[in-house]
Design a protein around this ligand. Structure first.
Ligand code: LFR
Length: 490
């Protein structure tokens, strides 16, 4: 009996994945899939947090109806977002979604008080305008009544765990992404909290991924007709879980966690907090077993997802596979964008923004959907090469290929073009990286796997890895030169 349950809340959906170990392999089954759409009220963009908690309970019920009482459960989700808890234990309002605009301009504003070097030297975290530190700074400046009344700060998986168990704990991998955690002192950074006027008591003891974090509380057991299931703090930042699931054989490897975001980097044992790392805006996010993810965020498939939504709004209903097919048939290297240009961050009319970018940079404007999607995907592949080379430079390592995990690997064209752009093989799989990493950490905690390396070996034996060898070397080499010029990254 090794049945356990992983809840993975991604931008395109939430999932409950049942995992078991059979004959030395991992077997997974998707029990429940549910939307995770943010909700706009007025100007604010929120998490629909109680609906998600409801869906988590539905996942537990679906297991029960199959006659399964999981031994333990774990929850992971994207980073940086949080809820605040009042003195009576209730949640103060709906958590904001990081794409909400209230933290716009806050990073620059805080940097007038604290230099980027001061913040980076304390946290080792990249500057992203939606980091929790800037969200909280905005709340402070706006005299948020929730913040004034708050007694505890919990990140999204902490919060959902709290609903299930009644226990409040902050988990390490997510805590580091706030840009308020000091990896050198291994605690919340007191000076940063003080500077922001945030009480230290909001921030609890930080649990390492793999720690026990309570059991289903009696009221939840009674409501669902279940026993006292153990709840683990897993690597609750979805990217941390995805990296646990990279089926690497070698200790030094490069990964690309590919979904709405693309996160490209390598796993290291100590954060790299040099001036060069700060200048290149790399991050050192906490992982399982005291590891760190030296990586950079790349805007990822978000631009394509938003383009599709925009076309849908205007009555052109393309499926993803149709769009990828059209891109494959469109002419190569018509125009490039820097996917990380800030114009692509907020939700909205991406096709118009891509065209405007091309116009401004004196390139041919991609008019049809196929050419436009090709422009997005080729630009992503080239940005991957750019960040891979920076990762090598910063870490002093050389990689002979790139592991790709996450839902983005269903886009086989992107996998092939990534191999072409980097001139090295891409090893793609598993697609459900975050959920599998979530399961793996629970099994390590339960003693089923000795360590992360045994988990990775079993993951490699359990899920297919597709190998993409680089093709059309010269054309992609020349294309990269043009990409660097147009995006002024050179
Ligand atoms: C990926 C991810 C990234 C983080 C972004 C926002 O899902 O967690 O790692 O930078 O979402 O939280």
């Amino acid at each position: 009996m090794s049945d356990i349950l992983a809840f993975d809340l991604g931008a395109s959906s939430g999932r409950a994945i049942l995992g078991s170990l059979k004959d030395g392999k991992i077997v997974t089954e998707e029990l429940h899939r549910f939307p995770n759409d943010p909700v706009q009220t007025g100007d604010r963009l929120h998490w629909d947090i109680l609906r998600l908690y409801h869906e988590i309970k539905q996942g537990l019920l679906k297991a029960k109806h199959k006659g399964i009482q999981p031994l333990s459960i774990g929850i992971d989700s994207w980073a940086v977002d949080y809820g605040l808890i009042a003195a009576d234990g209730s949640l103060l309002g709906n958590p904001l979604h990081y794409r909400d605009r209230s933290s716009a301009g806050m990073m620059e504003r805080l940097q007038e008080e604290l230099t980027p070097a001061e913040i980076f030297n304390r946290t080792g975290i990249q500057f992203l305008p939606f980091n929790t530190i800037y969200q909280l700074y905005a709340a402070k400046l706006n005299q948020s009544p929730q913040l004034a009344a708050a007694k505890r700060f919990l990140m999204i998986p902490d919060l959902l765990r709290y609903f299930l168990t009644g226990e409040m704990h902050n988990e390490f991998s997510n805590a580091t992404t706030t840009q308020l955690y000091n990896p050198l002192k291994q605690e919340w950074d007191g000076e940063l909290l003080q500077h922001l006027g945030l009480s230290q008591s909001l921030f609890g003891h930080v649990l390492q991924p793999g720690s026990p974090a309570g059991n289903l509380q009696p009221s939840v057991q009674e409501e669902l007709g279940l026993g006292p299931i153990a709840v683990h703090a897993v690597a609750e930042h979805d990217t941390a879980s995805a990296v646990v699931a990279v089926p690497a054989l070698e200790r030094s490897f490069a990964y690309l966690s590919c979904g709405t975001w693309s996160l490209l980097g390598t796993e290291i044992q100590e954060p790299i907090m040099t001036a060069e790392a700060a200048q290149l805006n790399f991050t050192n996010e906490g992982g399982f077993g005291g590891t760190y993810r030296l990586l950079k965020n790349i805007m990822g498939l978000w631009i394509l997802q938003e383009s599709r939504r925009e076309w849908e709004r205007s009555g052109q209903d393309y499926s993803f596979s149709e769009l990828v097919k059209l891109a494959g048939e469109a002419p190569a290297f018509t125009a490039f964008i820097d996917p990380d240009d800030p114009v692509f961050m907020a939700p909205g009319d991406m096709p118009a923004r891509v065209k405007e970018y091309c116009r401004k940079t004196n390139q041919p404007v991609p008019e049809d959907a196929g050419t436009l999607v090709r422009c997005i995907l080729e630009s992503l592949a080239f940005k991957y090469r750019y960040v891979l080379e920076l990762t090598e430079q910063l870490s002093g390592k050389q990689f002979n290929g790139l592991h790709m995990v996450g839902g983005g690997i269903h886009n086989t064209l992107l996998c092939q073009w990534t191999a072409n752009a980097i001139g090295k093989p891409v090893w793609a799989g598993p697609a459900e990286g975050s959920a599998i990493g979530n399961l793996a950490v629970q099994w390590i905690a339960r003693g089923e796997f000795a360590d992360i390396w045994e988990a990775r070996r079993v993951i490699r034996d359990s899920f297919p890895v597709t190998i993409y060898g680089p093709e059309q070397g010269e054309a992609w080499y020349d294309g990269y030169g043009r990409f660097l010029e147009i995006t002024t990254l050179r």
